[in-house]
Design a protein around this ligand. Structure first.
Ligand code: IFL
Length: 457
């Protein structure tokens, strides 16, 4: 065992100690859950009054912001993202209102191009989870229609790794330089769709893309963060667990968890071992994952994107609870220091290197994933702080907004509620605090966008 590895393992034992919390009664968690539900209901009303059907609300000004097509039509992104969250919260009137809008308005025969990855995780996934919740056939039909319109991105590619953009009407594709997350984050949605409609081709299309990427890993089993999907040649040397690679790793585990496909498990294990060997580093008692050269393992930079915080939960799911807890504890330290996590953190300087917060869910995501494996109130407590701080700093006239500067006092608000807020952290808080009987806490699956594809009751 090398010196570096010994140092990391020794440090892990110390770092994995998440602060103990005083016992909180189940009633208090329920009260907190009721508050989460009330905030969701209030934000939904704000969206309904100001811009129902638009992609995203600007909660400070009360305006709207398109996500897909700047000149329209809107795709009701917020509604699609929110539906299964509203359902598990028992907000059934809101669910019915949202489903009605989708059934009456959402159509994909549009002569415009969309980003395949974002459209897959948000709209295909959102429609599928809404279908799982309500069993409304129209939702499944829309998910299938949309996935079919995205499929030229895969079928026109010589390697099977999808182009980044596709025109929904013509099937024209563009942008051959892509990233692991945009190549490997389909198996959950495409596999679930294939199961629902009885067509394995969806699963195969998503798996082929992942295999093509995995097969191009370096001799030390890492992938870089940019590749040409036409030639299969790497155009970067930078390996990262953060964006734009992040959910590629997540969906390797998920392909195994959801479909029991042993290839996915092997692929996950190969990368997880290489990441632990070459990227895991202790710094001031904290575990971080710096970017490294994908062929040599040499550290490139010490930037840590907040989005990488999801990796704590994934480590736990993959069987490495020690590293999962330690990595969550590292982020918990940043949360304790700044209140709201900055978008980026320089772990060498122990200071933010990006001072915004785009209302991110990843920390709460890991709290939930670790809690599901190990129902310990420490995870709930970290998520409670995340929620309370969000209420304190992000609440605006018509909903919750991004922060432009988390280091300012008071924090400076921006003016946008991203679609994922409705699908992710509000659901994670609710599931953590409520112990709802609309969710199966033992057998479940949440996608990278927080869409519940297994476990809705
Ligand atoms: O779309 C969200 C999703 O969690 C993801 N990446 C980033 C978003 C949230 O920060 O996979």
């Amino acid at each position: 065992m090398g010196l570096h590895r010994r140092h990391v393992l020794k440090g892990l034992a110390a770092a994995s100690a998440l602060a103990a919390v005083p016992a909180i009664s189940e009633d208090k968690w329920k009260t907190l859950a009721a508050d989460v539900r009330a905030q969701m209901k209030w934000a939904w009303q704000g969206y309904g009054e100001r811009c129902f059907g638009q992609d995203q609300i600007k909660p400070v000004s009360g305006g709207a912001q398109a996500f897909f097509f700047p000149k329209g039509p809107p795709m009701g992104l917020t509604i699609v993202e929110a539906l299964d969250t509203l359902y598990v919260m028992g907000l059934d009137t809101e669910v019915a209102q949202g489903v009605r809008w989708v059934a009456d308005n959402l159509r994909f025969d549009i002569d415009g191009e969309v980003q395949v990855f974002e459209t897959g995780i948000r709209l295909v996934g959102g429609l599928l989870s809404a279908w799982c919740a309500t069993r409304e056939k129209k939702l499944l039909a829309l998910a299938k229609d949309l996935a079919d319109r995205l499929s030229p991105a895969f079928t026109k590619s010589p390697t099977g790794m999808p182009y980044r953009f596709v025109n929904l009407k013509t099937g024209a594709v563009r942008d051959s330089q892509s990233f692991p997350a945009e190549i490997g984050t389909y198996i959950a949605e495409w596999g679930t769709l294939g199961r629902a409609v009885g067509d394995k081709r969806y699963f195969d299309m998503a798996k082929r893309s992942v295999k093509a990427l995995f097969d191009r890993r370096s001799r030390i089993d890492l992938v870089a963060d940019t590749i040409d999907v036409e030639t299969g040649a790497w155009v970067s040397r930078r390996a990262s667990v953060g964006p734009p690679s992040d959910s590629y790793f997540e969906y390797l585990w998920d392909g195994w968890q959801l479909f029991g496909d042993p290839d996915f498990k092997r692929w996950y294990d190969v990368h997880a071992a290489a990441i632990a060997k070459y990227q895991a580093q202790m710094s001031d008692g904290n575990l971080w994952f710096p970017q490294v050269d994908f062929e040599t393992g040499t550290v490139i930079d010490h930037h840590q994107s907040e989005l990488a915080a999801f990796y704590a939960g994934l480590l736990g799911q993959g069987g490495d609870m020690a590293r999962g807890k330690a990595y969550l504890a590292s982020w918990a330290g940043v949360q304790a220091r700044y209140g709201v996590l900055p978008e980026g953190y320089d772990t060498a300087k122990a200071a933010p290197d990006r001072i915004t917060n785009e209302l991110r869910p990843e920390f709460a995501d890991s709290c939930l994933n670790l809690f599901l494996l190990d129902p310990d109130d420490r995870y709930r407590e970290l998520a409670r702080v995340h929620f309370e701080k969000m209420k304190e700093t992000s609440r605006a006239a018509y909903g919750f907004t991004i922060i432009d500067d988390v280091t300012a006092s008071p924090m400076k608000q921006g003016d946008l509620c991203p679609g994922y807020w409705w699908s992710e952290q509000m659901k994670y808080y609710w599931l953590l605090f409520s112990n709802t009987d609309r969710f199966d806490y033992k057998t479940n699956y949440l996608s990278t966008e927080g869409n519940i594809l297994v476990g809705i009751k």
